[in-house]
Write a protein that binds this ligand. Structure first.
Ligand code: G6P
Length: 425
């Protein structure tokens, strides 16, 4: 059986021990690999997190060689899979993404609103550098991206380095059958779902029970049953879809802003968790991921990534939501615009499934197209460093209330993130 090389870019992330959990299970048999290169630009973080990862591999009898490197070329050379999970500017930059908009009464979140815009501006150039290294040193490799905002950055890379075999991956829809199972009163394994939208902006819009379409039945359920999805039944019927959690930012931004102002930012919490985790990871006797890792949000990363890679290496084909270029699969979007749609993953590649347009409701299509316009402007701003494009993106973001506030936030964030935005200097 072919043995693969896996490279992880941004491996100094405290998530890495979670990411590798599934790969290391059962002596690493799920995705056959004999080399894993862990890369980070921060040697100290790499040594701590990579050290724990190497001890985990030893403990679990994984035969692969796990190496650490700060050279991007060395990491990707000969790789079959390049997993990207970097966070440009670290959680300190995330703190700015979350707090500056909030000061102006706007949602402060790292993937939606102005925070997501700036995370994309910082991340796209870094990912483009990875894609170029892949083109030079491992042109057949899959680039599997976890870095947020996953859909926008995937669009950016595929526009800058066409031909990259890149997929934008996200764990936000893992176990989506569960979201409707208690409303329908049916076990999740009997349910099949389809979703449409963008990354962190998607709805389950079709449901089948035992192979029979049950979408109408779902939305006709009494309020008490529909409420089990966690959403207002009237809203579900109006939008004719079950939204993912991130849509709370669009449907009730005022509540989310109030909540953030009361509870403090996620960045502050994550910075604290990171400090605790790094201290634990540095303990040379530790060879399993510590309990505290569960305090981070990416608990589904390992399962999501290994499912994708197992399908691409021939274990079992799966249909999962992926961020891919629309390429006519969803009419209404340019071929090179990235959307998050169900896609079949098999050894010979990835086939996005065509979206059934009549089943996409106006509220879904309208918001998706609006946010997609903002996302594509963001990509153009990230690739060109154009202030005009960045302002266009900012004022097109539906969470930004008006141009005056948008401009203020833009200028303040451009200043605050200056050192991570060389294309604007
Ligand atoms: C989930 C989302 C990711 C997000 C993460 C945040 O996994 O799908 O897109 O990055 O949560 O977790 P954190 O611990 O960084 O807040």
């Amino acid at each position: 059986m072919k043995q693969h090389k896996i490279a992880v870019i941004g491996a100094g992330s405290v998530y890495t021990p979670e990411l590798v959990t599934e790969f290391f299970r059962d002596h690493g048999r799920l995705v056959p690999f004999d080399r894993m290169a862990l890369h980070d630009i921060n040697p100290r973080r790499l040594e701590i997190v990579g050290g724990l990862t190497q001890r985990m591999a030893r403990r679990q009898g994984v035969p692969a060689k796990v190496t650490l490197t700060t050279s991007l070329a060395a990491a990707v050379k000969g790789a079959d899979f390049v997993i990207t999970q970097m966070r440009v500017g670290g959680n300190q930059a995330r703190y700015l993404d979350e707090t500056i908009p909030l000061k102006h009464g706007v949602v402060g979140q790292e993937t939606t609103g102005p925070g997501g815009l700036f995370k994309a501006l910082r991340t796209i150039p870094a990912l483009v550098a990875v894609a170029k290294a892949i083109r030079a040193h491992a042109p057949r490799a899959w680039m599997l991206n976890f870095a947020n905002p996953s859909g926008i950055v995937t669009e950016g890379v595929l526009k800058a380095v066409p031909g990259t075999r890149m997929l934008g991956i996200c764990s936000a829809q893992v176990g989506r059958a569960w979201w409707v199972s208690s409303a329908l009163g049916v076990k999740p394994e009997r349910i099949r779902t389809r979703s449409v939208g963008l990354n962190h902006l998607a709805w389950i819009h079709r449901v089948w029970v035992d192979g029979k379409e049950a979408t109408d039945r779902l939305f006709k359920l009494p309020d008490a049953r529909l409420r089990k999805t966690g959403w207002d039944p009237a809203l579900l019927r109006a939008v004719r879809g079950v939204p993912i959690g991130y849509l709370h930012y669009f449907y009730q931004p005022d509540e989310m802003i109030r909540h953030a102002k009361r509870g403090g930012t996620r960045a502050q919490k994550v910075l604290k968790i990171e400090r605790i985790l790094l201290k634990r990871y540095a303990d040379k006797t530790l060879d399993v991921p510590p309990e505290e890792l569960k305090l981070r949000g990416g608990s589904g990363y390992s399962v999501t990534m290994s499912t994708v890679m197992a399908a691409l290496t021939g274990r079992r084909s799966v249909v999962v939501p992926m961020n891919v270029q629309s390429k006519g699969r969803w009419p209404g979007f340019d071929h090179d615009q990235v959307v998050e749609i169900d896609s079949r993953l098999e050894p010979h590649g990835v086939t996005p499934l065509p979206v059934s347009v009549p089943h996409v409701s106006e509220p879904q299509m309208g918001l998706t197209r609006h946010v997609k316009a903002y996302e594509t402007l963001t990509v153009e701003a990230a690739l060109t460093g154009s202030y005009t494009k960045a302002l266009a993106a900012m004022v097109t973001n539906p969470l930004v209330p008006n141009a005056r506030v948008g401009r203020k936030i833009l200028d303040e964030m451009l200043r605050a993130h200056r050192k991570h935005l060389p294309q604007f200097n």
